[in-house]
Design a protein around this ligand. Structure first.
Ligand code: MG
Length: 371
């Protein structure tokens, strides 16, 4: 027999992964127990479920930085998520961590983003101030646990605990309706840390590219950044695409080298399901690279994320979110059927918030134009 069964993948993981990594036999399980698949590990199945989710397809028309309607070649949340998945797989594999888990987390990491990025997120958080607030990470967990109701069993995509806990990066607003078993937050799998760093590497490099494409700064200005200079030197060219891709490579190689040392051969509590004493080592960039990455981030903040052109579009989107929020509060009968069914369980405000957060940029435009 030549083909690989699930058990073969699982056995291979145990031989291959470093002790701190998360084998799929240590996934923490699913809320609703399921029969195992003959071919795929639990994390490979989680990855496939995320990829087939409606919320994932909507990422295609959600803003990363440049609104999706401003040009065909800017990153959307979906292309961003795919870039993060590709980097996370590579980094996890290089470090002998679980690349299937990393890929599943990466594909799901931005599912909870509302239309119009962080400005849209702020608008929803303010509108929900008295009702548990809003944050995209928490919303991501809510989507996979509940809102993405594909199978009608009430457990959403019924993902493994390792993937679900990995979506809860950062602060969760008080009173945000998460599945009770996710709180209090436990330690995250090491793969979640790797994805988080790959998320930053992906946006630092692709936003440099998109900012240049949008003409918000010139190559000569980017050329003053130390990381750009390092990349040009290392690539042996000033050619823009080569330099941008070398920026990503330098960050990835630095991460792998630094993380390899800090992860060592120690074991950690990697499922997030037990309360052992072992504390996972923190994964980060080396000090020189951390400084250069921070310099690039500051540059992008000033010249790109907070530029008048980007903020103008985002603020208009946020104003549309606020108008629609008030309109649905006053007229819940205008909510679509799926949302109407959740009104009694979730309450009016949360139902409206979930509905608006799920919208794509262009759907939000259509809905608010129709007011
Ligand atoms: Mg991201």
């Amino acid at each position: 027999m030549v083909w690989l069964r699930r058990e073969d993948h699982e056995d291979r993981e145990l031989r291959w992964l470093r002790p701190v990594a998360t084998p799929s036999r240590n996934s923490g399980g699913r809320r609703l127990p399921e029969a195992e698949d003959a071919l795929r590990t639990v994390f490979q199945r989680d990855r496939d479920r995320v990829l087939h989710a409606t919320a994932f397809r909507r990422l295609q028309h959600k803003t990363q930085v440049m609104a999706a309607f401003e040009g065909d070649h800017f990153r959307s949340r979906m292309t961003h998520s795919l870039e993060v998945a590709q980097m996370s797989r590579g980094v996890a594999r290089a470090l002998r961590c679980n690349d299937d888990l990393a890929e599943a987390i990466a594909l799901a990491h931005d599912l909870g983003h509302p239309p119009f990025g962080h400005v849209g997120e702020e608008a929803l958080h303010e509108a929900m101030a008295a009702h548990g607030g809003f944050r995209h990470n928490a919303q991501g967990a809510r989507i996979v646990d509940y809102l993405e109701d594909r199978y009608g069993h009430g457990y959403g995509l019924n993902l493994t605990r390792a993937v679900r806990t990995s979506l809860l990066k950062g602060r969760i607003p008080d009173g945000f309706p998460l599945s009770p078993d996710l709180l209090p937050k436990g330690p995250l799998p090491v793969e979640a840390q790797l994805v988080d760093l790959c998320d930053k590497i992906a946006y630092l490099s692709h936003d440099l590219d998109d900012g240049l494409r949008a003409g918000l700064f010139a190559e000569a200005e980017a050329g003053e950044l130390r990381l750009w200079q390092e990349a040009a030197r290392s690539a042996g060219t000033e050619q823009r695409q080569r330099v941008v891709s070398e920026v990503a490579s330098l960050l990835i190689h630095d991460l792998v080298q630094t993380a390899d040392v800090s992860l060592g051969n120690s074991t950690g509590n990697s499922t997030g399901s037990s309360t052992g004493d072992a504390v996972l080592p923190r994964v980060q960039h080396g000090p020189t690279m951390a400084v250069m990455a921070q310099e690039l981030l500051e540059f992008l903040r000033v010249r790109f994320y907070r530029s008048a052109r980007v903020l103008g579009v985002m603020n208009d989107g946020a104003a549309r979110i606020r108008r629609l929020f008030d309109s649905y509060l006053a007229h819940p009968e205008r909510l679509p059927e799926g949302a109407q069914r959740r009104l009694t369980t979730d309450g009016l405000e949360r139902t409206v918030c979930d509905y608006l957060a799920g919208m794509t940029d262009r759907y939000l435009f259509k809905a608010s134009d129709a007011l």
